[in-house]
Ligand binder design. Structure first.
Ligand SMILES: [Zn+2]
Ligand SMILES: [Zn+2]
Length: 360
């Protein structure tokens, strides 16, 4: 017993000594750690090292509701070496650096609809792409009709700052012609419910109508590349058209709102006298999809795996994931992932594999 007691005391003394050394040399140790992290993070570009295929990274798995762990809606799609971004919510562009995704290399943004949570990171994305890549042409932003007004508004808001950057860093670093965004609107024939937005170099991107009524237009996107496919739902309640377009796809990235959890918050708000917020929490119940419904859709479409994103309400601790996902396992046999910022799903070209990983 005495030996154990002496050992215990010695360990405490050692731990105390280590803490004291750490405190005394905190500047020197901090400098060494900072140097190491900087050399690991700066210039990291995962798109250069990923195998050929289709890769989906969650740059924002959150929703309009503030959540310290999840930025606003944002899904990055890497096809070969080409980088695309579907929606850019608040804070999402700030995930790109830590995730090793080069903002300067973003080829285009595709918007699903114009709810603020899906566009309010656009200004930051446009600025980082311009500053980070020295692009001489504005960022192409695809979206249903109406995207023109959104981009014109962002461009107008950034005019002064665009000028500051050119004046300060020079036109070589910030070519004036590359500032801001350029709207690429498309429309969808109601009789067809989908349209090929572009198709080149083995990549096909299809937009399709979803049901986010009363919000119109609202679309999702399907990416097809070298025998692999991913479908991104955008915001929607259960949509038959989505099931049609997603049929046979490899991966479905679907929005999810847990009604019971939202109702719990709504009831608490009503009880506290905040009728305005309570009404909003009640209103949002009817134009989203529950996790169980998303799982049922995944099963009906026959996809291989389901990733839930646009998580409503905020679920800041993983312990609550089981509550959020309650009942999904019985609805879909394949893997179901509760989306978190930094996750990546890799679909190597011409294979059946789906590999999960983390970029941060
Ligand atoms: Zn949304
Ligand atoms: Zn929405």
């Amino acid at each position: 017993m005495r030996i154990i007691r002496n050992l215990f005391i010695a360990l405490i003394v050692l731990a105390g000594a280590a803490a004291a050394v750490g405190y005394v040399f905190r500047v020197e140790i901090g400098a060494a750690v900072f140097q190491r992290v900087v050399s690991q993070v700066v210039g990291r570009n995962v798109t250069a090292t990923l195998p050929d295929g289709l890769h989906v990274a969650l740059c924002g798995s959150g929703s309009p509701m503030p959540d310290a762990t999840r930025m606003g809606p944002c899904t990055a799609v890497i096809a070969g070496k080409r980088l695309f971004v579907v929606d850019v919510g608040s804070g999402a562009a700030r995930n790109f650096g830590p995730m090793g995704l080069p903002t300067g290399a973003v080829e285009a943004v595709l918007l699903t609809h114009f709810h603020s949570d899906h566009i309010d990171g656009l200004g930051e994305m446009m600025m980082l792409r311009w500053a980070g890549g020295g692009n001489a042409a504005p960022l192409p932003v695809y979206g249903p009709s109406g995207v023109e007004a959104v981009i014109a508004g962002f461009n107008a808001a950034y005019v002064a700052d665009d000028g500051y950057r050119v004046a300060h860093h020079g036109a070589d670093i910030n070519p004036p012609s590359g500032a801001g965004g350029e709207a690429r609107p498309f429309s969808i024939d109601p009789a067809v419910q989908s349209v090929v937005v572009f198709e080149n170099d083995g990549l096909k991107v299809t937009a399709f109508t979803v049901d986010h009524a009363p919000i119109e237009p609202a679309v999702g996107y399907r990416f097809d590349y070298k025998g692999r496919s991913v479908v991104i739902s955008g915001d929607t309640k259960p949509s038959e058209n989505l099931v049609r377009v997603a049929t046979g796809a490899d991966l479905l990235v679907h929005e999810a709102l847990n009604r019971e959890m939202v109702e719990t918050i709504g009831a608490a708000l009503a009880q506290s006298g905040n009728k305005r917020a309570a009404k909003i929490f009640n209103d949002i119940l009817n134009y989203h999809t529950s996790p169980v419904e998303a799982a049922q859709i995944a099963k009906r479409a026959g996809v291989k795996a389901l990733v839930l994103t646009h998580i409503v309400p905020a679920v800041p601790v993983a312990y609550l994931n089981a509550l959020f996902l309650k009942g999904t396992g019985a609805a879909f046999d394949g893997p179901i992932t509760m989306g978190e910022d930094g996750m990546i799903f890799s679909l190597p070209a011409n294979s059946a594999e789906i590999n999960n990983g983390r970029l941060k």
